[in-house]
Design a protein. Structure first.
Length: 487
């Protein structure tokens, strides 16, 4: 039988509600795992054990008094450190925000609390979510649970690693260009980037606000659907929030893909895709075919431009969003009170931000500056529209599109960090969903030389139901889900 920390959210809730175990025991079991493994994995920046146990006891009390409890009762949840938590330091894994304690909760945090989910800590990430490897964190890299010499993916690397190691039952990540799906793929867990606007971004520290979404990471597809049902829904505090009634996504989890039309864009399997990754992904496609789906190879030519377009848009937005971190209003401040304002300002930013963040601010500022705005930023916006239209066309013919989440398996720590362009290349299959605002999931689809491979499934806007149904069917009919890293 599984130990308590190994349970999924669904199993944990059943056992707690059925009085088989207490919420306190479940949370203690997860912390047991954290204390055992954190030295090796470094998934967390901050832990809030005492708070979590107090909350667990409150839930146990409610249950013993016969009072109703929420849908996430007693589930240990880790939060990416880019999401504001009232009273809990929120660093974005940056020296700039090393001591920042938000005075309010992000909307998703309030929703988790209302559902009686238990926040256990804040997870490590690439600094300000800029990266694909969690190596740019000010607090050191998170290590891949499958091979400690490799990266866990990023930027939500901590949120993925803690699920793979049972150091959390659920986690929240954020995805601007792949940051939920990439680490989900590299750690062999499930991660969903929702449709733009489905989940409130209120209280998310912005990197590139027109691209990013908060989303669920979990041990299986059921938990992913359950968690999404809690965090999704209209929020008037976020001007881009979609006004749609809330849904219970678990009701769409049918083990059935009969007649489903799958498109396989050749651009997702293009140059630079590892042959073993291709093999696993084609294996997954044939599995879906065996289960009754029909697939066809297709082409979305604009995807060739998506990486360049993404980096112009993301860096431009970053240069603007990060302007507030000047050490005066927010953030790290050097001790140079006698110096003039401009010196203090630039010293604060030079010392508070790491190299990758500074690089992006500089490039983004350049792309937005007079004389280059039309050439780079405006052009990128136009290409972004073409990419969106290209997807619209494809969805006239196909229900979903599939491909690899990542073009190659997890790489060695230090292997790509000195060469930013190489690192950016790893986002080639994930960024287009963000440019077009589409829902996309990564679900484990096998291993190559002991390293995880993820299958990416994309659907039209607000069709999370479809993405989840296909992922669920795939998971139910394959054995990849139960496989755990040796720790
Ligand atoms: N790797 C991409 C980037 O560095 C995506 C990051 C993200 O989704 N936050 O921009």
């Amino acid at each position: 039988m599984s130990q308590l920390h190994q349970l999924t959210a669904q199993q944990t809730i059943q056992k707690i509600k059925g009085n088989e175990v207490s919420a306190q025991e479940c949370v203690e079991a997860v912390f047991g795992q954290i204390h055992k493994l954190e030295d090796k994995i470094n998934a967390y920046v901050t832990l809030v054990e005492e708070q979590a146990l107090t909350k667990a006891k409150e839930i146990d009390k409610k249950i013993s008094e016969g009072k109703p409890v929420g849908k996430l009762a007693g589930v240990s949840i880790a939060i990416k450190d880019a999401i504001c938590t009232q009273g809990i330091v929120t660093t974005c894994s940056s020296r700039m925000l090393e001591n920042f304690v938000p005075p309010y909760n992000a909307e998703v945090i309030d929703r988790i609390k209302q559902a009686d989910g238990i926040i256990i800590g804040k997870t490590n990430m690439d600094e300000f979510a800029m990266g694909s490897s969690t190596e740019t964190s000010y607090f050191g890299p998170t290590l891949n649970p499958w091979d400690n010499s490799r990266v866990p993916g990023g930027s939500s690397g901590g949120s993925a690693a803690c699920i793979a190691t049972d150091e959390a039952v659920l986690s929240l990540g954020t995805d601007t260009g792949g940051s939920i799906r990439c680490p989900a793929s590299y750690c062999s867990v499930v991660g969903l980037k929702p449709t733009y606007g489905l989940v409130s971004r209120y209280g998310l520290i912005a990197y590139a606000n027109s691209l990013e979404q908060i989303g669920p990471m979990s041990k299986d597809v059921y938990d992913c659907a359950l968690f999404l049902s809690i965090i999704a829904g209209h929020d008037q505090k976020d001007g881009t929030s979609v006004n749609q009634p809330t849904k219970d996504y678990t009701q769409y989890l049918k083990n059935d893909v009969k007649g489903l039309k799958i498109g396989v864009p050749k651009e997702f399997l293009g140059e630079g895709t590892d042959p073993n990754v291709k093999k696993q992904v084609w294996g997954a496609i044939h599995k879906l075919e065996e289960l009754g789906a029909v697939y066809e190879e297709t082409s979305l030519p604009t995807l060739e431009q998506s990486l360049a377009t993404y980096y112009i848009v993301a860096m431009s937005e970053a240069s603007s969003n990060l302007a507030r971190f000047d050490g005066l209003r927010y953030g790290y401040r050097v001790d140079k009170d006698e110096a003039d304002w401009a010196t203090v300002y630039s010293q604060n930013r030079k010392n508070g931000f790491g190299a990758e963040v500074r690089r992006r601010i500089i490039l983004g500022t350049y792309a937005l500056s007079a004389g280059y705005y039309n050439k780079y930023y405006l052009k990128a916006l136009k290409v972004r529209t073409l990419i969106r239209k290209n997807f619209e066309e494809a969805y006239k013919k196909f229900d979903v599109l599939v491909g690899p989440t990542m073009p190659f398996p997890p790489f060695k720590i230090g292997e790509k960090i000195e060469d930013p362009l190489q690192l950016y290349m790893s986002d080639v299959d994930t960024v287009s969903a963000n440019l077009a605002g589409l829902p996309a999931i990564s679900v484990p689809c096998g291993f190559t030389k002991g390293l995880p491979v993820g299958l990416q499934i994309l659907a039209p806007p607000l069709r999370e139901d479809l993405v989840l149904q296909v992922a669920y069917t795939f998971e139910q009919n394959t054995d990849y889900n139960g496989v755990k890293p040796e720790l």
